[in-house]
Ligand binder design. Sequence first.
Ligand SMILES: [Zn+2]
Ligand SMILES: [Zn+2]
Length: 645
Amino acid sequence: MENIHITLADGKAVEVPRGTTPAEIARKISPSLAKEALVARTDGELIDLSRPLEQNTSLAILTPQDPDAIQVFRHSAAHLLAAAVLELFPNVKLGIGPPIETGFFYEFLRDEPFTPEDLERIEAKMREIAARDVPNERQLLPRAEALKLYRQSDQVFKCELVEEKTTEPMVSFYTTGKFIDFCRGPHIPSTGRIKAFKLMSVAGAYWKGKEGNPQMQRIYGACFYTQDELDDYLHKLEEAKLRDHRRLGTELDLFSIQEEAGPGLIFWHPKGGLIRKMMEDWLRDELLRRGYQLVFTPHVMRLDLWKTSGHTNFYRENMFAPLEVEKADYQLKPMNCPGHILIYKSHLRSYRDLPLRLAELGTVYRYERSGVLHGLLRVRGFTQDDAHIFCTPDQIESEIAACVDFAFAALRTFGFTRFEVELSARDPSRPGDYAGSVEDWQRAEGALENTLRRMGIPFKRMEGEAVFYGPKIDVKLIDAIGRAWQLTTVQFDFNLPVRFGLEYVGEDGGRHQPLMVHRALWGSVERFFGILIEHYSGAFPVWLAPVQAEVLPVSGKFLDYANQVVEKLRSAGFRVHLDDRNEKLQAKIRDAQLQKIPYMLVLGGKEAEAGTVSVRHRAKGDQGPRSLEAFIAALSQEVASKQTN
Ligand SMILES: [Zn+2]
Ligand SMILES: [Zn+2]
């Protein structure tokens, strides 16, 4: 038989008979590799270990160490789920079953909803099939035969997929026991390797995501290579649940969303409002210190303005419907940019006015479908910490550097220390798809990249990820339990200056177009607040805490002294609350503890006599007595330094 040449991942070449499988080659290399192997990669394409190799090729045998293997593994887990469901509920109609970030899902059409008990039975059945180590086998069927097979079993969605997705005469299928799936693959060799999984939830989803289509039931599962990884993930989920800002928002009385007022609209209660004031005060001071100018713009403006800006075209579906006033259409603002542009345009600007940095805590309204709304994180009305910078080309690098520096300050001050930075660049093979000249883009991308390098900030360059009007930098922060959140964006815009005909008089006396940068550091005050609540699990650092100290007289006898203490703390500028209820001290401490108040000051006879306070810290417990002056001095220090733990 004829031989073919295989180049292995380590560069070694082997010669094997045509038709040899990657599994056989893995066995030749080492038994442990063969045991670990999940899937193979030939010339960049993932294939089954059992697929015969027909020509000279490069070959990598993928084990769990290879990042590409996990998706295949999880996709095979989705097949295992479908196989189990079909054994228990033979009449379900199958939809799709892809891998996802932490596992997989498969969707089914079934009249009755899947109950938690059903999920338990399905999971048990999955374990049973996994234990049988059923092979995942690939077959090729003629397209017509495939359609016939699915029609016979009344799998309407599968018929639809075969009809839409295949043009070739032969269609690939995978079988796992009785389950047969129209699927490109590849898959891991058999079900036996899938051990660390758990079915998590059922959620409704329209077939193909289109409203009006049949409502499928998606069964979601978590899936990892090892039980340790799965346990770790489940533990993190549990922790995230405890930190859920929606629950804490109610328990700590920070904010609410009122059905009566409408979904996605946030009511800031006094305690949440106080934290917001602290956030905004810090931000406004810092904006002024860094040479920004504060502006305010209207919440509704003529629809025509949004036609000029282009938002009525490319942003229409995210906007509320226009409202009519005196026969003119007005638009609730989804963005602050056009407002700031109008301020820019209110004068003829000279190069001496630049850079002009206009900042606004600007409240915007965007239409989000009710199904995607989520507490403070995804809302319909929110306040951006927005700014627009208008500058000359030679000011760009220093402006970008200042934005990035400001962003890190804004996140670090609030207690975040780990970040991920991405630079979205254009796809150079499609120059026609972008606003602005090639030169503009090169300058802007260069400025972003140089700035990050000079500042020593590691970043990932995302080729082709930029939006049509300019490149950008995104900063994600990593929170206390390791989750990444996208916050800061520094975004160039080559589109709006043209649409609005922005100009400035240059040093040469001629008219030039300014460069424009949009930037938001937290993104939205609401969302950042939600992240802060979860990051701190509601136990805000003292400088942000709505109540910094709870004063707890042990009985009504010491109310006078307690009032004196409260008075002194208030006049020293602290936020204090007096618990004068007729409750036992233990109950008062428990309640203050539940409200996550940083300090509790216990006052009884000894304290009243000596003019001291007995200090209890929410995390460190009893700190013993000290003079009120000493407590005030320490607290002042903690607040001034914005200590975050
Ligand atoms: Zn599949
Ligand atoms: Zn903007």
